[in-house]
Design a protein around this ligand. Structure first.
Ligand SMILES: Cc1cc2nc3c(=O)[nH]c(=O)nc-3n(C[C@H](O)[C@H](O)[C@H](O)COP(=O)(O)OP(=O)(O)OC[C@H]3O[C@@H](n4cnc5c(N)ncnc54)[C@H](O)[C@@H]3O)c2cc1C
Length: 406
């Protein structure tokens, strides 16, 4: 194989692949980014992640992405926990407690589709990034000095791209992870998650821009996105025994929303989708020159907004290490540290917290529910405990802990 010694091949122009590509290119590393979607359908993706935590905003800022996203998002310093049956606010957490920990003491409610739209524009404009849209990655090979990625290009021809490293930012179905026979350890929830996007201002009922609503029968999440028109996302669990097609019919969505919040008018439903939620972490994040990042390496429930955020944190951790290796400042063994740091975060923070978050919202035992809610209220009312809670919830603690890992 004759290989360009410096090029990094990134599979997937999701938030993780694009942030990684921009961070690498801005440090002088040439990148080829391979994305199956084309100009015609890149923006036609189902609604997915959208809450961006403070540490993630700092990373976006480092690559010049934050200033593109802020005008398209909603700055949300406060989030709420509610009890649905009692229609009662349990606790309000204000990121102001993090004012000495971050330059961004708030989350930015800005959906994944806007993030990839803006980041893709930046990638296309960068002279060191070769963006290959409508190009599907199929397989790869590697040896001690490089990798070759095999793709099918827009003309439907097989093509090979050579580079120094291959990063799978392909999402949960990563071909690279499967080809390397890396186990995706964890479990899949039996209930599905229904996402309904509604043009309705829930703030008039006292909700914040971001709300976690517990209920023994039907917990939910409620998030606000900037329009026009402004939209709110409502999540509900769906029993796997239910007829999925019937669940998604407009009249069934409307009835579910009216049960959640009865109004004298029908809700304007903008979009909906139903998906399966997995809690899984890859057993390894790297084999030789092939590396996993983002959903290719770990997936989790959306409760707590940790999937995309922790994936973007992988991207920046990995970028810093690849830059040092390609500049000859460090040896390849620092990629083992990437794995140690980011697997630790995935297991001890992202998985642990999202599993806990779901349990909290869905708890059925009334005594445990009351105990949990009393505890949340006490934490929110005590500034030191609220800060500690927010450091964990916003993944700042996970980054600080990862720094301590040799
Ligand atoms: C239906 C759904 C709903 C979600 N909702 C939420 C939510 O509400 N809140 C939350 O926090 N998180 C949510 N998530 C998770 C969140 O979207 C992900 O954590 C995040 O998008 C991960 O980013 P990524 O860049 O790793 O992968 P992705 O965003 O999945 O991007 C992967 C990219 O790789 C491309 N690709 C895949 N295979 C190939 C190939 N063979 N060749 C070329 N390109 C390829 C894809 O087209 C895509 O552009 C949801 C995920 C799904 C699937």
């Amino acid at each position: 194989m004759t290989l360009p010694s410096q090029r990094v091949i990134v599979i997937g122009a999701g938030p993780v692949g694009l942030c990684l590509s921009l961070a690498l290119a801005q440090a002088g590393v040439p990148v080829t980014i391979v994305e199956a979607r084309g100009e015609d359908n890149f923006l036609e993706q189902v609604p997915r992640a959208g809450t961006n935590h403070p540490a993630t905003l700092e990373m976006y800022d480092r690559i010049g992405l934050y200033r593109k996203l802020e005008p398209r998002g909603i700055i949300a310093p406060v989030f709420h926990y509610w009890d649905r049956a009692a229609n009662k606010l349990i606790a309000a957490f204000d990121h102001v407690h993090l004012k000495d920990d971050t330059r961004f003491p708030y989350v930015l409610q800005c959906e994944r589709i806007k993030i990839v739209e803006e980041a893709l524009k930046m990638a296309k404009a960068h002279p060191l990034i070769d963006v290959r849209l409508s190009t599907s990655f199929t397989h790869f090979e590697q040896n001690g000095s490089g990798v070759v990625a095999h793709v099918v290009n827009p003309a439907d021809e097989a093509e090979s791209i050579a580079g120094a490293y291959l990063v799978s930012a392909e999402g949960a179905r990563s071909i690279v992870r499967k080809a390397l026979d890396i186990e995706f350890e964890g479990f899949t929830y039996s209930d599905l998650t229904l996402n309904i996007e509604v043009a309705y201002d829930f703030r008039r009922h006292g909700y914040a821009e971001r709300n976690y609503i517990s209920d023994p029968a039907e917990w939910s999440n409620l998030f606000h996105w900037k329009g026009p028109p402004d939209r709110w996302r409502v999540h509900f669990p769906v029993d796997p025994a239910e007829d999925q097609e019937a669940v998604c019919r407009p009249e069934a969505l409307q009835a579910r929303l009216q049960r959640f919040l009865p109004t004298d008018q029908p809700f304007e439903i903008v979009a909906s989708n139903l998906y399966t939620v997995h809690q899984r972490v890859a057993k390894k994040f790297r084999v030789g020159r092939a590396i996993l990042a983002g959903d290719a390496a770990h997936v989790n429930s959306p409760i707590g907004a940790m999937g995309m955020n922790s994936g973007v944190h992988d991207a920046f951790n990995l970028a810093d290490k690849l830059i040092k290796i390609l500049r000859g400042e460090e040896g390849e063994e620092i990629l083992d540290r990437y794995e140690r740091q980011r697997r630790h975060v995935a297991i001890q923070h992202t998985q642990a917290q999202t599993i806990r978050n779901k349990r909290l919202l869905a708890e059925r035992d009334p005594a445990v529910r009351k105990r949990n809610q009393d505890e949340l209220r006490r934490i929110a009312e005590d500034p030191a405990r609220a800060r500690a809670f927010l450091l964990r919830a916003s993944l700042i603690e996970s980054l600080r802990e990862a720094e301590q890992i040799a």
